[in-house]
Design a protein around this ligand. Sequence first.
Ligand SMILES: [Zn+2]
Length: 199
Amino acid sequence: MAQLTESVANLIDQLARLPGIGRKSAERLAYHILRVHPSEALELADAIRRVRENVRYCGVCFNLAETDRCIICQDPKRDQSLLCVVEQPRDLMSLEASGTFRGLYHVLLGRIAPLDGMGPDQLTLDALVDRVRTGEFKEIIMATNPTVEGDGTALHISNLLADFPLEITRLARGITTGSILEFTNKEILADALSGRQKF
Ligand SMILES: [Zn+2]
């Protein structure tokens, strides 16, 4: 690769760091970017810059937002008595796509995973407990992934919330154990939500 200019080599290196992109794909993408109209290539660069400059976590639920509150927290029509707890913003997107949930969310920004060095302190649990304390929730739905770590995280949270007068449920096990919410199709997610069980 001695013939690559420094900036082409750098672009390939950057692309190859993306998940699921190997060296060959990175090269293909780099040559594609060199071939398209400069304005098209710069739109991509701009989109990356804009998303990093403008997108932050919602100050209430930790969903992705472009202002202090995400669009779900800003929506007065959402059911204020239902709170669905998920690991990541992309899990929230999957549940939203199922179109059946009208309550609010709380995004943990991770799960308890001791082997990866993720403890409860790194999740948004203090904010969750504060919301439950000051909110009007009647039901908390655990929608962590049905994995050992997701289940452990849900158990930890149900213990944290045990003294509050509310019902704690979890998604029905229509989702195969070990499967990941973001890859589960929306019909199955809708079933899992409507068939949720007492934790
Ligand atoms: Zn929010």
